[in-house]
Write a protein that binds this ligand. Structure first.
Ligand SMILES: [Zn+2]
Length: 232
């Protein structure tokens, strides 16, 4: 009994000693996670990507803005966040209005930007990666952790699909979080499959779709609040 208690305590201490890395977010594994921000061009594009992800057991992160979620709700009658989660994908906050620089807001102003109709959850990506102590205050106020990225594809600069695939492969490393966007040319099954193949050539694997914390059995809907350690 004494031994068991001792090991429990030391286990808890070890877990709390791990510092949170804003660039890597809750991915403590060596798998690479693709993240798609902003807003898809249409529902078909979005459905293609999430269906393909589930079929291939890939788990991506989607970070739609609140404005985007509202637009899709009005235009198609769907909730993008719920839809993505139902395919075992992860959904994080990306503000309501995508302000150019959250650092120009107060702590309270940042907290407001992180509310509805944006995604209400425990991780969020500040637009353009703008972050400082005040922005962190806003995130803390709504119990959300900022999640940036370790490598960017630069897809938003009008790059071609081939350029985005090459960039993703170039910036990938073990445990990487790769920044991409839903409105750009890398947001389709063809680009994602080619990125995956290039990563595999380098011995890197993508995060898998959600199958519960034990990562066993069938793919199930992912939780609204992400696990603090993704079962990638
Ligand atoms: Zn964005």
């Amino acid at each position: 009994m004494v031994l068991a208690t001792t090991s429990l305590v030391s286990g808890a201490q070890a877990a709390s000693a791990v510092t949170y890395d804003e660039k890597r977010g809750p991915n403590y594994s060596s798998r690479v996670i693709l993240t798609f921000d902003d807003c898809p061009v249409n529902l078909t594009d979005f459905q293609r990507v999430i269906k393909y992800a589930k079929r291939k057991n890939d788990g991506h992160v989607f970070a739609p803005t609140g404005v985007c979620i509202e637009r899709f709700r009005q235009k198609y009658g769907v909730d993008l966040a719920k839809l993505a989660r139902s395919y075992g994908q992860y959904v994080i906050n990306h503000s309501v209005n995508h302000p150019k620089d959250l650092r120009k807001l107060s702590c309270e102003g940042v907290a407001r930007e992180l509310g509805r109709p944006g995604v209400v959850t425990n991780y969020g990506r500040p637009p353009y990666g703008g972050i400082d102590a005040t922005v962190r205050c806003g995130y803390a106020r709504v119990s959300m952790k900022p999640w940036l990225w370790t490598g960017s594809t630069g897809d938003w600069m009008g790059k071609s699909k081939a350029e985005i695939i090459a960039a993703a492969a170039r910036v990938a490393k073990p445990g990487a979080t790769i920044l991409m966007h839903m409105e750009d040319k890398g947001f389709n099954p063809d680009a994602i499959s080619k990125i995956k193949a290039k990563l595999e050539d380098r011995g890197l694997r993508l995060c898998r779709a959600y199958r519960g914390l034990d990562n066993r059995g069938a793919i199930i809907g992912s939780p609204v609040k992400l696990p603090n350690r993704l079962p990638c």
